[in-house]
Design a protein around this ligand. Structure first.
Ligand SMILES: Cc1cc2nc3c(=O)[nH]c(=O)nc-3n(C[C@H](O)[C@H](O)[C@H](O)COP(=O)(O)OP(=O)(O)OC[C@H]3O[C@@H](n4cnc5c(N)ncnc54)[C@H](O)[C@@H]3O)c2cc1C
Ligand code: FES
Length: 581
């Protein structure tokens, strides 16, 4: 019979951590006497970051006394007190390798159900003063688990924990945790996990990712977006074969292999990265492919920004015969398979990746319903106007809406453009999009935020709305209090003497310094937006594109990311690097 040894609660508080403020509920204190367990929390308990903890599926965190004994021995610690792992219930019994997801238990006056293993993050490392704790809990198969509350009721230390039923498939917490995080993911087991209705929606999505992972594909499709490995490593020379003038400030370059052999096919929506000579060192910039996916050559279309370094270089130097260094097509903003309706929505130069998707639809799925929505200032800035018109004419189920924010006198309503003004909520509502539409958006950041919100209001599932940003992605820093964002910059203090690290989306190249513990810490010192959670090589939240170069891992990640990617939280450069950050 298992027993509830301690009930611990704690409300979130602000904690100083490496010069930043973390809002966290990981500090729990034991309470005497009965405590009411409700659907979302024990009375007096709370979580600081509801994105990663808490909510109905993660109302109660459970950890075992036996694991306390284990860690005391492994870590050589004699100071571990109940609640130390951030748990609410410290229990005798209920080991992770016996408790199954979907098991139901009566505890005091409450009935609870196991929903998922604990997802470890850096905060357990903070609380334990052991930065690698998140990885250790996974590697040693002792994560602990979460409960959902089926019947609310009073609970208190000393209550017996009575098992009422076993979850279907009888998959233990330790088994599921290893299935997601450790190498060697079995598709059959992922399918088993998906037959457990109690498994939380987040874990179900990860299991679907594992189930869909292609044979031989490296990386962890349960934790990172699956993508085929890049067609070549680093940069290779390609030759400019032709130039097209698209509008006053946009021109296209056609690129071919030096020996004329066909270039590897890219997926519609992917981008190339060019390394160009610049006055203060190389300029590394990405450009979406705008031509027909599968052509023997590539086409990119460049907008020359006023004072833009790479655009100005290409405008001045690009002519047939120029050789440029190019990294292989990459990116996960790609047209998904399926035959449902598609919305391709762009503003300005953001048309490039969705134009490649339009080419792909015309070539292989002309019967699909397609909405092409584009915003430009006027006819003189309307990129690919003739090309897109011709392509759309080849799609019998195409719908078109072109917005000119400031039409010129010679622009013809209903022929050149559909409505004057920007792409507004009214324009989107007027499209009559079916709710199962998959949307692909590319344009300025604010524009995409507004459009994404509006598409959600129109009933489109967030999972069907994909977007590409022509700059740094939004960061993800769980629990860190918001601070004024600074544009990316070289780190404070004397410059490092290590290899050059290019943060390509941020347009910053700086020499590495071993004073930083990882590329993540280095990026943070440069205010380059980054995404992370465990900071110790387990969760793959920090996975980033490695465009060129090599890194060494310390500590070794629990599982390496897919080819062409790296985990920045536990790596440092061994050569010059170009990162898609
Ligand atoms: C995945 C991805 C795909 C992309 N696809 C495309 C694409 O298809 N086509 C495309 O054109 N771009 C694309 N981009 C953007 C592209 O990579 C470059 O960031 C962009 O073209 C600007 O590069 P630049 O070197 O010309 O300008 P930068 O030198 O990087 O300058 C950036 C901005 O700062 C301004 N600026 C620079 N110096 C000054 C100064 N002294 N005074 C005032 N302002 C200044 C410039 O006007 C410009 O707006 C993409 C980016 C990503 C990440
Ligand atoms: S932040 Fe979790 S693997 Fe890097």
């Amino acid at each position: 019979m298992a027993t509830l040894l301690t009930v611990s609660v704690g409300l979130p508080k602000d904690v100083d951590w490496r010069g930043r403020t973390v809002h966290t509920g990981v500090w729990k204190q034991p309470v005497d006497g009965p405590v009411m367990l409700r659907r979302l929390n024990l009375d007096g308990d709370g979580q600081g970051d509801l994105g990663g903890h808490g909510g109905e599926q993660r109302a109660v965190l459970v950890y075992q006394q036996d694991s306390y004994r284990y860690w005391a021995k492994v870590l050589g610690r004699d100071d571990l007190l109940p609640g130390q792992f951030g748990e609410n219930f410290t229990v005798d019994g209920l080991p992770d390798d016996e408790v199954c997801v979907g098991d139901r238990y009566r505890v005091g006056g409450a009935v609870v159900e196991v929903t998922q293993p604990r997802v470890t993050c850096y905060r357990v490392g903070m609380r334990m003063n052991e930065p690698q704790m998140a990885a250790l809990m996974v590697a040693h198969h002792r994560p602990g688990f979460y409960l959902r509350v089926i019947t609310e009721g009073l609970v208190q230390a000393g209550d017996e924990i009575v098992k009422l039923s076993t979850g279907p498939e009888a998959m233990t917490v330790a088994e599921l945790d290893a299935l997601l995080y450790l190498p060697g993911h079995s598709r059959a087991d992922a399918a088993r996990a998906l037959r457990i209705p109690a498994l939380s929606p987040g874990w179900q999505a990860s299991m679907r990712g594992l189930l869909d992972q292609a044979d031989g594909q490296e990386g962890n499709a349960g934790l990172e977006t699956a993508a085929a490995p890049p067609a070549w490593a680093g940069f290779r020379p390609l030759t400019v074969t032709a130039l097209d003038e698209e509008t006053r400030d946009v021109f296209s370059l056609h690129l071919a292999a030096a020996d004329g052999s066909p270039l590897p096919a890219a997926l519609p929506g992917q981008f190339l990265t060019l390394r160009l000579p610049g006055p203060g060192g190389p300029l590394v910039r990405s450009y979406s492919l705008s031509g027909t996916p599968g052509d023997a050559t590539y086409r990119i279309s460049v907008k020359q920004e006023p004072h833009g370094a790479a655009g100005t270089y290409l405008r001045a130097n690009a002519r047939p015969g120029l050789v440029v260094e190019v990294a292989a097509p990459r990116g996960t903003f790609t047209l998904e398979s399926g035959d449902g309706p598609v919305l391709l929505l762009s503003a300005g130069i953001g048309a490039t990746p969705v134009l490649a998707m339009l080419h792909a639809l015309v070539a292989s799925q002309p019967d699909r319903a397609v909405w092409w929505v584009h915003g430009a200032r006027d006819g003189s800035e309307h990129v690919f106007a003739a090309e897109s018109r011709e392509l759309l004419a080849g799609l019998p189920h195409a719908h078109v809406h072109i917005c000119y924010s400031r039409p010129a006198p010679q622009d013809r309503p209903d022929r050149d453009f559909t409505s004057a003004g920007r792409i507004t909520a009214d324009v989107l509502r007027g499209l009559g999009l079916p709710p199962d539409t998959s949307a692909y958006l590319c344009g300025p950041t604010e524009f995409m935020q507004d459009v994404t919100a509006e598409l959600g209001a129109l009933g489109l599932d967030a999972g069907r709305v994909h977007s590409e940003l022509f700059g740094a992605q939004a960061g993800l820093t769980p629990g860190i209090a918001a601070a004024q964002a600074r544009p990316p910059h070289a780190p404070e203090g004397a410059p490092g003497t290590g290899p050059a690290v290019s943060f390509v989306r941020s347009g910053l190249t700086v020499p590495w310094s071993p004073a930083y513990g990882s590329l993540l810490e280095f990026a943070e010192a440069c205010d380059v937006p980054v995404r992370w959670s465990c900071r110790t090589g387990v969760c793959h939240t920090c996975v980033s594109g490695l465009l060129s170069g090599q890194v060494a891992y310390a500590p070794e990640p629990v599982e390496e990311p897919g080819d062409g990617n790296l985990l920045i939280c536990c790596s440092e450069p061994t050569t010059e690097l170009a990162l898609d950050l």
